[in-house]
Design a protein around this ligand. Structure first.
Ligand code: SAH
Length: 360
């Protein structure tokens, strides 16, 4: 059975063509699937009966299962989605008065081993396929619609995994998010967050124009090597240059994510150094108060320290906001996503990923 959630519009068009059907069928079917949340070919009333029967015999529309559904007191919500092979990934919904953001995962686990992230502690299992990535959005909107809740208006690739190490599957999902026959989200409303995979940034630039966030977290290479081991492969200057190339001259800004770790990266000196590093990068900074998880060696910087850090950046002319922590009562905040899977990364393999920056 071919799961139609695996196809973006070009792929679905080609699939219909190969089946001897008219290409415009792809547009009709995409609308049913992604705009109506439909998973039943019989309900697709503008398709003839024989086509519906034919589709039923070779294709399906199948999203992930819901293994858990938790609501925070602040209105955010976390789903634990179960995949066909039993792996589970987390996905967070964050409603606000003027928007509703869905934070999606791109891999089962993560191989990058950032020292302050809970996902890292579990190791890496596998890439998500396109249907499992877009399936998070598809499923979320179906569940929200059934409850009369606000549909997703923004998507951020800030869940589990490194999206630039899974572009083959992430890009078709991005295309669907932006496609007028599917979710029709503008480039401002889809944001990919990366630890800084330089070849991935180059490919992303060639294939899409969605918004970009970089997890920087340190103003110098020595500290970043410790926090984000991928930095041993792609140094700060090279990563920032790739981000600059991505956003283009004077066009848009890259969001710099900076997790505030008490006594590690939050001093006045480091704030000034960060301002220096970002001087020629069109950027805005998001300070993220560290969200703790079991067995972590880090603590969150105090509110005063974060304010002071922000003020130094402000005075240097850098737009800086402190990200409001949402959903921490249900472990849904940044860096707390866990899922449920077996770590398949052997220690040696994990080290080689750190050093080579390659996907498993
Ligand atoms: N791999 C991608 C996307 C996933 S992480 C990336 O590195 O950007 C999404 C964001 O949450 C990143 O900025 C990450 O650094 C941040 N984060 C991870 N652990 C965190 C924690 N414990 N507290 C606060 N933010 C964290």
């Amino acid at each position: 059975m071919q799961n139609l959630l695996d196809f973006d519009r070009p792929a679905l068009t080609e699939w219909f063509r190969a089946c001897g059907e008219k290409p415009f069928r792809a547009q009709q079917v995409l609308k049913w699937i992604h705009q109506q949340g439909c998973d039943d070919f019989d309900a697709m009333s503008n398709l003839g009966k024989s086509l519906r029967e034919a589709l039923k015999s070779v294709a399906c529309i199948r999203g992930p299962g819901v293994a858990a559904d938790q609501r925070s007191t602040d209105g955010s919500r976390k789903w634990l989605f179960e995949l066909a092979d039993g792996n589970r990934v987390e996905c967070v919904y964050i409603p606000e008065p003027d928007r509703a953001t869905l934070c999606v995962s791109s891999q089962v686990g993560c191989a990058l081993n950032c020292s302050f992230c809970s996902t890292a502690q579990q190791g890496f299992n596998r890439n998500l396929v396109t249907s499992e990535i877009i399936g998070q959005l598809w499923m979320a909107n179906r569940l929200l619609a059934a409850e009369g809740e606000q549909a997703v208006s923004n998507v951020v690739f800030m869940g589990m995994g490194e999206p630039l190490l899974n572009l083959d599957n992430v890009l078709p999902a991005v295309h669907l998010m932006q496609d007028d026959f599917a979710y029709a989200l503008s480039k401002r409303r889809v944001t990919l967050s990366t630890a800084g995979v330089v070849p991935g940034l180059e490919r992303l630039a060639a294939e899409t124009d969605i918004s970009l966030a970089l997890s920087l977290h340190a103003p110098d290479n020595a500290l970043r090597d410790e926090l984000v081991p991928l930095n041993r492969k792609y140094r700060i200057a090279e990563v920032l240059q790739a981000c600059k190339d991505y956003v283009g001259e004077g066009r848009r800004r890259v969001t710099i994510e900076y997790v505030m770790l008490d006594g590690v990266n939050d001093s006045d000196r480091q704030a000034r150094a960060l301002a220096g590093v970002l001087k020629h990068v069109p950027s805005k900074v998001n300070l993220i108060p560290f969200n703790p998880f079991p067995n972590t060696r880090y603590r969150r910087s105090s509110a005063q320290r974060i304010d002071r850090f922000r003020d130094i950046l402000h005075r240097a002319g850098i737009v800086t906001i402190t990200r409001k922590t949402r959903g921490d009562d249900i472990d849904a905040a940044c860096g707390q996503l866990a899922g449920d899977f077996q770590d398949r990364t052997r220690r040696r393999q994990r080290i080689s990923i750190e050093v080579s920056g390659g996907a498993a």
